[in-house]
Ligand binder design. Structure first.
Ligand code: NAP
Length: 296
């Protein structure tokens, strides 16, 4: 097995991650790992795909648990000697309610940003050393992760947008931005720093950070001795999943189309999308200038 190709999808027991595994099982020439934090749910999902004649493999992965990420890394290293596709799909959403106390709002915001951004960043830092030349990485962002979600022309919002979208943004600056955001939410004054007040702010902040992170990661890959590693961030559409309270307009297969396509970008000669923000219809949207397509 060492040297044979391998793909990993995080948070794949349901929703877009599950459909991405399904698509990769059909298109990727190698082992495809359906991972989940809950092993029973993951194994049930694998059985569902087996009934379709597909052969996904399974490994437990809770991105909130560093030891779980390290176990997956060690397993991949020992079994395959590397990694060819990583789809960072796992995420959560807690919508704030107007009646939430400041403490509850701050606690929920911390949870969302921790899982969606900080822990995805940690997955990358642990698994990226395994990436082989021509590897493809896909980070699930959102329409909520577009920089224009920091709205308005106030000085604070303008500065915040400019800081996030600087082509020279460093990981250290990004981590500081997100820690400052969490501190501001705790104090109750995050709007003074340009962040939207609305109930989605924790998810918006977490996904803007995922998108900003992706841009830095591609910059790093551009000078990596391993050739032709490409990472993109994607809005999968408004998809009919648990996260969307099963109100989304796209099926999970439609939601998995752009992530799977990005995971399967052919080796060499791809100049775009590369570090790009990709819409569910596979068009590239300018993350800094927009505009966002009307159809979410
Ligand atoms: P979903 O159906 O709720 O699935 C989310 C998956 O992530 C579940 O398998 C969940 O596991 C897993 N997960 C959550 N926390 C995890 C952790 N700590 N470790 C490992 N797995 C974890 O959501 P979805 O709609 O498919 O979302 C997939 C991605 O698309 C997310 O990144 C989301 O932000 C993004 N997205 C979705 C939409 C949409 O309209 N649905 C729009 C834009 C972006 P459990 O089953 O155990 O909870």
């Amino acid at each position: 097995m060492a040297g044979s190709r391998v793909a990993v999808v995080t948070g794949a027991n349901q929703g877009i991650g599950f459909a991405t595994v399904k698509e990769l099982c059909r298109t990727f020439d190698g082992s495809v790992y359906l991972t989940s934090r809950n092993e029973n749910l993951g194994r049930t999902a694998v059985e569902e795909l087996e009934k379709l004649g597909l052969r996904p493999k399974y490994h437990q992965l809770d991105i909130d648990d560093e030891s779980s990420v390290l176990r997956l890394r060690d397993y991949l290293k020992a079994t395959y000697g590397g990694l060819d596709i990583l789809v960072n799909n796992a995420a959560m959403l807690i919508l704030a309610k107007d009646e939430d106390s400041r403490e509850l709002f701050a606690e929920n915001t911390r949870s969302v940003v921790q899982t969606n951004f900080f822990n995805t960043f940690r997955v990358c830092n642990i698994l990226f050393p395994l990436l082989r030349p021509h590897a493809r990485v896909v980070n699930l962002s959102s329409s909520m992760g577009h920089i224009s979600q920091i709205e308005g022309q106030s000085e604070a919002a303008t500065t915040l947008r400019a800081t996030f979208s600087s082509p020279d943004l460093s990981y250290e600056e990004l981590l500081k931005l997100m820690n400052d955001f969490l501190d501001a939410v705790k104090r109750g004054d995050h709007a003074d720093y340009g962040w939207p007040r609305k109930n989605w702010v924790s998810y918006i902040a977490s996904k803007i950070a995922v998108s900003a992170m992706t841009r830095i990661q591609q910059r790093d890959f551009d000078v990596d001795p391993r050739e032709d590693i490409i990472i993109n961030h994607v809005h999968p559409g408004y998809v009919n999943t648990k996260m969307a309270s099963f109100k989304g307009v796209l099926t999970i297969e439609q939601g998995a189309a752009a992530p799977s396509w990005l995971a399967m970008l052919p080796p060499n000669d791809v100049t775009n999308p590369k570090g790009a923000y990709v819409w569910h219809d596979k068009t590239i949207v300018d993350w800094v200038k927009g505009p966002l397509p009307a159809e979410y």
